[in-house]
Design a protein around this ligand. Sequence first.
Ligand code: C5P
Length: 233
Amino acid sequence: MRDVIVACDFSSAEEVLGFLDKFAECERKPFVKIGMELYYAAGPEIVREIKRRGHRIFLDLKLHDIPNTVKKTMRVLSNLDVDMTNLHAAGTIDMMKAALEGLTRPDGTRPILIAVTQLTSTSEERMQKELLINASIADTIAHYAANAKEAGLDGVVCSPLEASIVKEKCGAEFIAVTPGIRFADAAKDDQVRITTPARAKEIGSDFIVVGRPITAAEDPVAAYNRCVEEFVY
Ligand code: C5P
C-alpha cells in the first residue's frame, strides 16, 4: 500500500505533461497529486489525460461547503475516476458523510477519501486567536481525525510528525498522507516541520507527498526513484 505521491504543482497542462514525459520509459508510473493550481488552470481534461497515461491521481481540492454541494461535487469527481481526493474535516461530520455518499459509485467502489485536519500553515496562536479554537493543535488534529473516522473516511493528510498521533487515536489502518518531505542532504524551501522519506516510513506514513524535491530536481526520475527506495521498500 505504501506509495510516493508526486505533487505536480504546475500551472499549465503543457508543463505537467512535459514533466510526466520524463517518466515515459519508467516501469513504475508515479502516483500524481493534482492541486487547485493545476485543476483551476487546466480543468477536468488534464485529469483525464494523466489517467490515460496510466498514473493514479490524488485530486487535492480540499472541499469545504454545505453537505449537499459537497456530495454533488464528489459525484462529479468520482466520475472523473480519480483514485484519492479530500475535504476539510472542519466542514463537520455531516459534510464528510455526504461526501462519501456522493463519491460512492453505483457498483460500490469509490476513490480513497481523506480529510485535512489543520493545515500545517496554521499556528496554534492563530488557531486560538483568529478561529477561537482553544484546544492545542495536537488535540485539534486528533479530534478532527476521529471525526473523519466516525464519518467513515479512510484517513487524513497531516505532517509526518503528526502521523503517530493520528494512528494512536484512529488505529493503524487509518491512512496518514504526509507532505513536508525532504532528503536529508537538501534544502527545506518554505516547509517547516519536515522529515525524510525513510523517517516517514518509520513513523508510519502510508503515502508521502513530495513536490519540489522531485519536480525541481536536476534528474526528477532519479529523485523519484530515491524516494521510492527510501520509503516503499
Ligand atoms: O514542494 P513540496 O514537497 O513542499 O510540496 C508539498 C505539497 O504538499 C504541496 O502540493 C503542498 O501544497 C502540499 N501540502 C503541504 N502541507 C500540507 C498540505 C498539503 O505541503 N499541510
